[in-house]
Design a protein around this ligand. Structure first.
Ligand code: A5P
Length: 225
């Protein structure tokens, strides 16, 4: 358990911004879990909301706490989505997908009026690229997709589950985690280059989408970027 005080502070602060009647997007991961925990407490105190989850794990957490979970296809628009990040730079560009849910997280973020990002300070970086960059890839022809990525100069490995088997996303696909031995100079260019490989569903790079960023601090306070 790492930086729990900071993650909790960010999650609880984000939950305090949710208002009655909102449709709320639930991110995935340990920081988003604190947001859901805080939301459950607010619901016990009388808050009425509906929520859309980016993963089974988040949906389960929410349902356990009596949050009314609905399908993204059944709502016109999500008011606020709150989600974590693996890295965020000063331009609010991010690497996400450490939890393997970045494709749904991105769809949910784009379906939302605002994406609020909640992080601890270790996630705030001057440039992206220390964290692995997850790329979701269709199982069909996945060795060929890997070949074409490697031919373009990328290195990485298939993500595995705790039992050593291949990690399968909730969309039924594989994850190829790219590592960079240098900061990513132009994340948008890399993203577009990777997307050109047939079979690639999406990368964990996010741009032009983060709204408020809440950073949790070690003393339990938060700062807003
Ligand atoms: C989940 O797929 C990710 O995008 C998470 O948002 C990201 O990995 C941050 O997770 P933590 O809050 O657990 O660090």
């Amino acid at each position: 358990m790492d930086h729990e005080v900071e993650k909790r502070a960010a999650g609880y602060k984000a939950a305090s911004l949710i208002r009655d009647g909102m449709i709320v997007g639930l991110g995935t991961g340990s920081t988003a879990a604190y947001f859901i925990e805080a939301l459950v407490q607010r619901i016990r105190q009388g808050l009425h909301i509906r929520a859309v989850a980016s993963s089974r794990a988040s949906a389960e957490l929410a349902r356990k706490g009596n949050i009314h979970v609905v399908d993204l296809n059944d709502v016109p628009k999500v008011d606020i989505t709150v989600d974590g990040a693996d890295e965020i730079d000063p331009l609010k560009r991010m690497i996400k997908g450490g939890g393997g849910a970045h494709v749904r997280e991105k769809i949910l973020a784009y379906a939302s009026r605002e994406l609020i990002v909640i992080v601890d300070e270790t996630k705030c970086v001057s440039s992206l690229g220390k964290a692995n960059l997850p790329v979701e890839i269709l199982f069909f022809g996945s060795p060929s997709a890997r070949f074409h990525l490697e031919e373009r100069g990328y290195t990485g490995q298939w993500r595995t589950a705790s039992d050593g088997s291949l990690f399968i996303t909730e969309n039924g696909n594989l994850l190829f985690d790219l590592h960079f031995d240098h900061p990513i100079k132009d994340p948008k260019e890399e993203h577009l280059k990777i997307l050109q490989v047939p079979g690639v569903v999406d990368t964990g790079l996010f741009f032009d989408i983060a709204g408020r960023v809440i950073v949790g601090l070690a003393d339990g306070s938060t700062k807003l970027l």
